[in-house]
Design a binder for this molecule. Structure first.
Ligand SMILES: [Zn+2]
Length: 221
């Protein structure tokens, strides 16, 4: 789809930074934030070095399996790089093969999350860190990447369970970083400038997915 205007990105990041601390509570209302997310509001305080605990996840519904650290870069997001995008991928293989690939230091790529066809969610990289998934440094730094189990040419792979689980995950990511729920901020890998990847492909139902994200975003936590 459309190319993004690189010249406006810097301005937007500065603007977002200024609004970060008061903005989240004001924009979303404390009532809809889960307790674990409230506990993480201090993440938004600039300069704080965040600790990581093995097994800890950013999304309550996820199970942790660590990716090889060759497939991501330690960072301090959203303080050093603002997060304003979710990027949707399709694995072109089974869930297990994707987990294995992301554990392989030679793979040189991984996403933060993988959603299985039955709706199970595995997290492999913390949202604090920059995952190598978009094939574009700027987009890697500002996004959370979500893989979906399946093949782009097999519409039957995109199950209701997978759409719904992924939409709930994306809705919580959007809530945490105050990301608008629209197609400017929730994009496919194919829409990343410079990519030669086609995922999630023509069978990914964006209309349905965005409706589910919107519903999950406004539902009480
Ligand atoms: Zn991809």
């Amino acid at each position: 789809m459309g190319q993004r205007k690189a010249s406006t990105d810097g301005d937007r990041k500065v603007g977002r930074r200024a609004l970060l601390i008061g903005g989240l509570v004001a924009a979303t209302g404390t009532a809809v934030l889960a307790r674990d997310e409230l506990a993480r509001l201090w993440w938004r305080t600039p300069g704080v070095e965040k600790p990581r605990k093995e097994g800890e996840v950013d999304y309550a519904g996820a199970r942790w399996v660590a990716a090889s650290d060759a497939n991501w870069r330690r960072a301090d997001r959203p303080d050093d790089f603002g997060i304003d995008m979710v990027i949707v991928h399709v694995t072109q293989g089974s869930f297990d093969s994707a987990v294995k690939a992301f554990q392989d230091p030679g793979h040189k790529a991984a996403t933060h999350y993988i959603v299985r066809q039955d709706g199970h969610v595995t997290q492999m990289i913390r949202e604090l860190d920059v995952a190598y998934h978009a094939g574009n440094r700027d987009y890697n730094e500002r996004s959370v990447g979500i893989e979906h189990e399946g093949f782009v040419d097999r519409p039957q792979d995109f199950t209701d369970e997978m759409y719904e689980a992924s939409a709930r995950l994306t809705a919580r990511i959007c809530a945490r970083y105050d990301i608008p729920v629209d197609r400017e901020h929730i994009i496919g890998h194919v829409e990343v400038p410079g990519t030669d990847h086609t995922d999630p492909g023509p069978h990914w139902d964006w209309k349905k997915y965005m409706r589910l994200v919107r519903e999950a975003r406004t539902a009480p936590a």
